[in-house]
Design a protein around this ligand. Structure first.
Ligand code: HEC
Ligand code: HEC
Length: 397
């Protein structure tokens, strides 16, 4: 009898245990199921797309590489890095250098004539080595598909994969002797060690890994947002401003062959970028010795002494002028095009008036042309808070 009771007792015990396990299982299953299914369905992290609103009358073909789509978080990170002197890979106050050390917003992201350290328009890197040419502004580069730098070295036509895109200029800026004169491993390690940055990399790229590739992509995204589309001339085109008679006469001179004949290379009507982004020899010299001209890139003799026809937007702020900074003022530039062209076998055929030494403007025509060029001044661009230095960089007090 006792034996039977014992068996029944054990049996009950087993049933109770089973019930316990069963209810535990019943209780846990939905939780487990929920947790697993949530994991399965979790969307991969996607940063927020950054939409460029194409300004009125501007071209719609933007030059954004497929492997670096613009995102709000990427642009934000890029803005911080653009202004961070620790991009040089160093922390000593005397050895900080960022893109913004030379590319300053107040001067249309150029260094500007008045900057005492950059006398003559040439800039000097951390090692004291001067740059090959004077500065170029960072303005409307999202529309540039022909080549960056005065000679267009950075372009998709460059067979060397390291010199094709805006992204490539970022690491070049870090290593070049005439810029930050650093090394990418040091920059990468330093940026990674600064509290705040890894988190921003995660938001921009999905993980907090800091690589030179990501640094370059983020800075390039920020540079592509630097758009100027709010000068007086833009407002005129949008019907928000009426050009004065003087400005209008200057516009006609600018855009006619028998006038000042500037538009073939610097755009104008139908080309609000005020550059074709192409390369020309505009008749400054008879001998060409610069080893970094357009010819050094293409090897075509017609490119001897040729450089990029820069945009004339905000041109007032980006002197001294030409790739070698030979003209201190815009007045001198107009004098040159008017009376001092130099003929050579390499001068571009679009310099139609070279036989007369230039377009021969009268003093009042020069004043009109200057008044028109002044309508390309875009104060909104120079003061846009979205382009300015963030209040606090990561790790700063
Ligand atoms: C030491 C000063 C200096 C620093 C620092 C510097 N730049 Fe420049 N940058 C220049 C000069 C000078 C040029 C024109 C060089 C040439 O064409 O020969 C230039 C040209 C450029 C251009 C080409 C613009 C065009 O219209 O073709 C881009 C883009 C650019 N820089 C981006 C950057 C970025 C991004 C950084 C930071 C990673 C940076 N630069 C740091 C001096 C500097
Ligand atoms: C055949 C093409 C061509 C024509 C026509 C032309 N330019 Fe230029 N312009 C250029 C090129 C190329 C450069 C850069 C040359 C260099 O740096 O050596 C330049 C440079 C300039 C610069 C200095 C830009 C800078 O960033 O330093 C100004 C200002 C300028 N041109 C205004 C004018 C005006 C005004 C006219 C009409 C009177 C005109 N250009 C006609 C091709 C042209």
């Amino acid at each position: 009898m006792y034996f039977v009771k014992l068996i029944i007792g054990k049996f009950r015990e087993i049933i109770v245990k089973c019930k316990l396990y069963l209810s535990l299982l019943l209780f846990l299953t939905p939780i487990l199921f929920f947790a697993c299914s949530r994991n399965d369905e979790a969307e991969p992290y996607e940063p927020t797309p950054y939409i460029i609103n194409i300004p009125y009358g501007f071209p719609t073909n933007l030059n954004i590489p497929e492997d670096n789509p613009m995102t709000v978080e990427g642009v934000e990170l890029g803005r911080y890095l653009f202004y961070d002197g620790r991009m040089s890979g160093r922390t000593h106050p005397d050895s900080l250098m960022s893109c913004a050390t030379c590319h300053m917003q107040a001067n249309s992201f150029e260094c500007g004539v008045d900057h005492p350290v950059f006398t003559g328009g040439f800039t000097f890197g951390l090692s004291g080595t001067p740059t090959h040419h004077v500065m170029l502004p960072l303005i409307n580069l999202v529309w540039n598909a022909t080549g960056l730098l005065w000679n267009g070295k950075i372009s998709k036509d460059n067979p060397d994969l390291h010199y094709q895109k805006l992204e490539d200029l970022v690491w070049m800026g870090v290593v070049a002797k005439h810029e930050m004169s650093g090394d990418t491993n040091r920059t990468k390690a330093l940026i990674k060690s600064i509290p705040g940055y890894p988190e921003m990399f995660r938001k921009a790229f999905g993980t907090d890994e800091v690589t030179m590739d990501r640094i370059s992509k983020a800075v390039a995204q920020f540079v592509r947002t630097l758009i100027s589309s709010d000068c007086k001339f833009d407002k005129y085109m949008r019907g928000e401003y009426q050009l004065t008679p003087e400005e209008l006469r200057g516009f006609v001179l600018f855009t006619t062959e028998e006038g000042a004949d500037c538009f073939h290379c610097h755009g104008g009507f139908g080309n609000p970028l005020f550059t074709t982004n192409l390369f020309y020899n505009n008749g400054k010299d008879i001998e060409f010795t610069d080893p970094n001209d357009r010819f050094s890139i293409t090897g075509r003799s017609s490119d001897k002494g040729a450089y990029k026809a820069t945009t004339l937007r905000n041109i007032r702020f980006t002197g001294p002028y030409m790739h070698d900074g030979r003209f201190a003022t815009l007045e001198e530039v107009i004098e040159f095009y008017s009376h001092h062209l130099q003929n050579s076998p390499y001068i571009n055929p679009l310099m139609h008036h070279v036989a007369n030494n230039g377009v021969q403007l009268t003093p009042s025509e020069k004043a009109d042309l200057m008044a028109f060029i002044e309508t390309l001044r875009d104060e909104t661009f120079l003061t846009n808070p979205a382009f300015s230095r963030p209040d606090n960089l990561p790790g700063e007090k």
